[in-house]
Design a protein around this ligand. Structure first.
Ligand code: AMP
Length: 258
């Protein structure tokens, strides 16, 4: 398995950092490392006021898939998540993004996610000195994982846990959920080993395409059929699951699958 640190340029964070405070405590017998501080302990309580986006955002959310940093940047705390890039169908998805934005322009201000990917973890917080060891653990955990050719099918609306943001996403075709779950399992185990929060149960694998501020789930669900028709103009949305990435602040590690 190859490990590549591309040392990317844009910092990445999401609204989900604070969700790491709900870290599930595993039994002591399976703990391999001392407990890490929770996101809440590292970052302080989440601000609820809307102007948090203005006060606390250091980076431009449009530069990293529409994720908004909802905490003050602290030196040494690295927003971290694991993902599969959705490069194979990015042209089709970008075309859909543009069409959907103009289709709903009168009702909603939709933003396009720019680094299209399928998440295989929540966004958690690591400290700088933990990054390399965490990456090695992930590389080892994924050592026997096998890649496959998958596709995305249809559209679904998601909100973040705080319901402060709503997403239009293309879910993984149900035929590939079992294979993706097999890749998720070792990743979740690493999260458990590091006492970080595991992925959603049940997992709903998807590529987020567009997002807007606030809970717009009801409105967007009422538009789903129209949006679906825009997407149907596209051919099969291929997702090549050949590699898993770890995004850690501005670092991006790649683990090639067998
Ligand atoms: P992502 O594009 O991976 O950041 O996902 C967009 C949003 O989907 C996140 O804010 C998640 O909290 C949310 N989400 C809600 N339910 C689920 C689920 N069952 N599986 C994965 N993501 C979910």
């Amino acid at each position: 398995m190859a490990l590549v640190d591309y040392g990317g340029s844009s910092s990445s964070a999401s609204e989900d950092e604070e969700s790491a405070e709900n870290t599930q405590a595993p039994t002591l017998s399976i703990l391999k490392r001392p407990a890490l501080p929770t996101a809440a302990a590292l970052l302080g309580p989440k601000k609820q006021k809307p102007d948090e986006f203005e006060d606390d955002v250091i980076d431009d959310p449009s530069l990293h898939g529409g994720r908004i940093r909802s905490f003050k940047h602290e030196r040494g705390n690295w927003a971290t998540y694991v993902y599969v890039p959705a490069d194979a169908c990015s042209d089709q998805l970008e075309e859909f993004q543009a069409e959907a934005i103009s289709h709903l322009a009168l009702e909603l201000e939709l933003q396009a996610n720019d680094s299209l990917h399928l998440s295989l973890s929540r966004t958690v917080v690591l400290q700088y000195h933990q990054i390399d060891e965490f990456s090695r653990s992930l590389q080892q955990a994924l050592n026997s994982s096998t890649g496959f050719a998958a596709s995305l099918q249809g559209l679904r609306i998601y909100t973040n846990e705080e319901r402060t943001r709503t997403f239009i996403a293309a879910p993984l075709d149900a035929a590939f959920v079992e294979k993706m779950t097999a890749i998720l399992q070792p990743i979740d185990q690493v999260m458990l080993d590091y006492r970080l929060q595991q992925f959603y149960v049940p997992a709903s694998f998807h590529v987020s395409l567009l997002w807007c501020v606030g809970d717009q789930e009801k409105l967007l669900n009422s538009k789903l059929k129209e949006l679906q028709e825009l997407l149907e103009d596209q051919d099969t949305l291929s997702l090549a699951v050949n590699e898993v990435h770890l995004k850690c602040g501005n670092k991006d590690f790649t683990y090639l699958l067998k």
